[in-house]
Structure formats: C-alpha cells, structure tokens
Design a protein around this ligand. Sequence first.
Ligand SMILES: Cc1cc2nc3c(=O)[nH]c(=O)nc-3n(C[C@H](O)[C@H](O)[C@H](O)COP(=O)(O)OP(=O)(O)OC[C@H]3O[C@@H](n4cnc5c(N)ncnc54)[C@H](O)[C@@H]3O)c2cc1C
Length: 475
Amino acid sequence: MSKKVVVLGGGFAGLSSAIYLALQGHEVRLLEQLGHLGGKASEVREAGYRFDTGPSVFTLPEVFEDLFLQAGKSCPVEYEAVDPLCRYFYPDGFVWDVSKDDETTTAQLDAQDARAYLQLKQEAKKLYEGAAQTFLFKQAPSLSELMRYGLTSGLGAHPTKTLPQLLDSFGASERLKTFFLRFATYFGADPYKAPAVLHNIAWVELGLGVYYPKGGVYALVKALEALAESLGVIVQTRQKVEKLVRVGNRVTQVETSSGSVQADVVVSGLDLVRTHQLLGQQEWGRRLEPSLSGLVLLLGLNSPQKDLAHHNISFSADYVAEFEAIEKGKLSPEATIYLSSSSKANPADAPQGSENCFVMVNAPAISKSSKRFSREAYMRYGEDILQVLKNRGFDLVEAIDMKHFVPPSHLQLLATDGSIYGTAPHSLLSTIRPKQHVKGISNLVLAGGTVHPGGGIPLSLLSGKHAASLVQKML
Ligand SMILES: Cc1cc2nc3c(=O)[nH]c(=O)nc-3n(C[C@H](O)[C@H](O)[C@H](O)COP(=O)(O)OP(=O)(O)OC[C@H]3O[C@@H](n4cnc5c(N)ncnc54)[C@H](O)[C@@H]3O)c2cc1C
C-alpha cells in the first residue's frame, strides 16, 4: 500500500532511499536544507574553474548503476577507470604510481616491498570478500549473522590486532606501512587506532579500481536528482527540518522552516547525531568519539602541474606525529596532503592551459580540537599547507588564480562536529556502524554515511537502499 514517506536530506543516502522508495510505489517527499542537492558532494564554479568540493574518489560504480537498473533505465553517467589510481610522493623523494596492475605497481619497488605489497593486497581482498556480504550489501547483520561471520571469516580478520600490528606482521617496510595505513582514513579512523579489519578498504581501491565520472562527481548527484524527479519524488530544497514531532512511538509530523509535513514513515538521511537532536535528544552522542574532519582548499592554477597525476598524496615526514597531533586536537604542521586535479581527466574543469586542484588535509573534529579554531585560524593553516607543499617541491602559490577554503567549521553545516564519518571506528565493535533505526520509534529509518553500512559514495547509496528495504518490511 502506498504511504507518505518523507526523506530528510538530499545527500547520496537521501537521494538513494527516495529513489528506491518511489520504485516501491510510495508518495515520496525529500526535504533538503540547502538550495541544491548532494550534501557533502557539492560543486563550486568560479572564474572558469569547476570543483567537486567533497568526494573525488569514486569506487564501486555498480552500486550507483543499480539505481538506474532498478528503474529500468540505462545509467546516464559515463565513467572511466583512473590510472594510476594515485601517485604517492614520499619525503625521501620516492614517487610511486600505484595502479590496479600489479606488475606496473611492484616494478617500482624493491623485491621485499614488492612481495609484501602483493601479500597485503591479497590480505585486503580476503578481508573484503569475507565481510562484504554481511556488512555492506545487506541490512545491518542480526546476531546470528554476526555469529556466522565470526565463525567463517571473523577469526581470519585478526580480531585481536590493530591495523599497524597487521602490517608489521607482514613485514611491511615503513614506506609500505604508511601507504596501507592511509586507507583507514577513508572510514574516518586514526590509522594507529584502527582495528586490523579496516585493511579491507585497501582492496576496494587497489583491486576494484577508482573511476572518474564524466562531468565530475557532481554529475552523479544531478543524475540521481533527475531520476528521483522522473519517478515522482517531490524534491523541496531550502527546507530546513527543525523538529520531528513524536506521538507515542511514531513520528507523525516533520516541522520545517516553512511549515509542517505529515508523514506515515520518515527516512532520515541526516547524520545520526542531528537526527537525535531533531527528536529532542540534545545530549545524544556527546560521549562518542568523533571521526576525522578535514580542511579543503580549492585552487585554480594558471599553469598545468606536470608532476601531478589525477589523484596524488604527498606524505608527511612523520605519519605517527601527524596523527598524534590530530589526537591532541591540533592542526598538524607536517601534514599528509591529498591533491586532486579533475581537469586532467576533464579539461572543461579549468580554462585552457590551466588546472583545478582540490587539496585536502585531515583535521580533528571540532569538539576534539584543542581550542576553538576561528575561520581565520583555519585559513592561516591553509596558507601553511601551501608553504609545506612549496617546501616539498610543489610551488602552487605562484600559479594561483583563485582560492577557496572549506574548513571543518563549514563542514559542520552537513556533519555534526565537522566529523565526516560519524563515530570513529577505533574498535572492532565500532567498525560495525550503528543500526538504521532509533530505539523506541517504529516509523523512523536512518540512512547515510554515519550509519550502516558506512560512509563514502557507494556505502551511503547502499545505506539508502537498505533504508528503503527496511520501510518495505515495516509496512
Ligand atoms: C571533503 C570530503 C571528501 C570526501 N572524499 C570522499 C571520496 O573521495 N570518496 C568517497 O566515496 N567519499 C568521500 N567523502 C565522504 C562522502 O562524501 C560522504 O560519506 C557521503 O557523501 C555522505 O552522504 P550522506 O547522504 O550520508 O550525507 P550528506 O552528504 O551529508 O547529506 C546529508 C544532507 O542532509 C542535509 N541536511 C542536514 N541537516 C538538515 C536539516 N536539518 N534539514 C534538511 N536537510 C538537512 C544536508 O544539507 C545534506 O544535503 C568525502 C567527504 C568530504 C566532506
């Protein structure tokens, strides 16, 4: 029977759940606070440059395609494999192009590192394949499913080890260790506190590949928006949800900045803490450790950076010290810096002869910061990062045409505490993301990067899909 479903938030998770719910025949209304959809995946166009402001690494494209497949349509977004997957710059001058092809990747390493790389890649595959069906592609596992996983794959997932201990046990050199540690940050973890099972993330990029959607990541958002509307979803932007009105164990009304909407079922694609706050539970989550935040710089450069690939990482000289600083709530002066130039794949993203450059460094979540950093302090830190890049041989400053800062305080609009991935996955249990419901409320389902199965484009889309299945079960 068709129900009135109100979806909160127009990020990947909100859009995905709205589409799957419309396909089930429900009357779906999506409410988004901003003037555009996409949430963390946004776009800036300025002075002839185009930037994706959030995600730039697109993986598991079949998850995106599934939405169109289920709607009986062909996927309107073309994408191509990115090769190398990423170029790594080490402080000792070593530059490593990592690609899906093992031969090309290992040919740049000495024999010992080459062997350890292949073994660790294989280990990541084993961990991913052992966990994916239980933890990603289905609804949050029940106790019996967890026990089944424990018996079949769990023991092989090194439950007593941390990620650094796992890498040490494979004899990884410092160079290789830093490389493999970094993937845990894709889940918002401090790699030194991450459990070994998070090593599975490396397989997604190294084994399954990274893709670039033609037109940029924002093209994915636009395609989903068009699909949702074609299926009858009513999309309302500039609708800030201010309260979820609860009667007994049900949410009956969604109050927004401009009125009130009645709902049979509510799917919240907002982050977990915010959803609880809208229910009046202001203190919820206060004691939970937040995941990493980040500081982003968008640079328009009037000359192409020939040394850079599409995706690049410039490692700090001391990865341990970098995360110790973040743990203490500091903005690390010696940061690992991610640089991505989508104009290398899509020249239309920059004026002729120019290049766009997305720069990102990890930062502590706002509540973990040792002091309240002002916007100016974050901007000064952004300038410091440009200086660090210069010291490492990337002199971007002279080429800057335009510059934008996106500090953690701005991310706060989308993510409580500026924390991109919700709670920090620093124990085996906390890698299992929170379930998609709120205790005591029968018609509210959660979706998004802070709940099951987790953050990132494909997982947020899957979260929306699982939310729609939960609604179907509920009715
Ligand atoms: C800088 C950055 C880089 C990233 N890089 C990558 C990457 O390379 N690859 C990758 O896969 N992932 C990456 N991610 C993570 C990825 O972007 C997120 O996990 C994913 O987009 C989350 O989608 P979501 O729908 O759960 O949440 P969001 O995108 O946050 O969507 C939530 C929506 O709810 C809206 N909202 C919030 N409060 C209200 C309210 N009260 N009323 C109405 N609407 C409201 C927000 O405006 C927003 O549109 C990155 C994230 C950031 C920030």
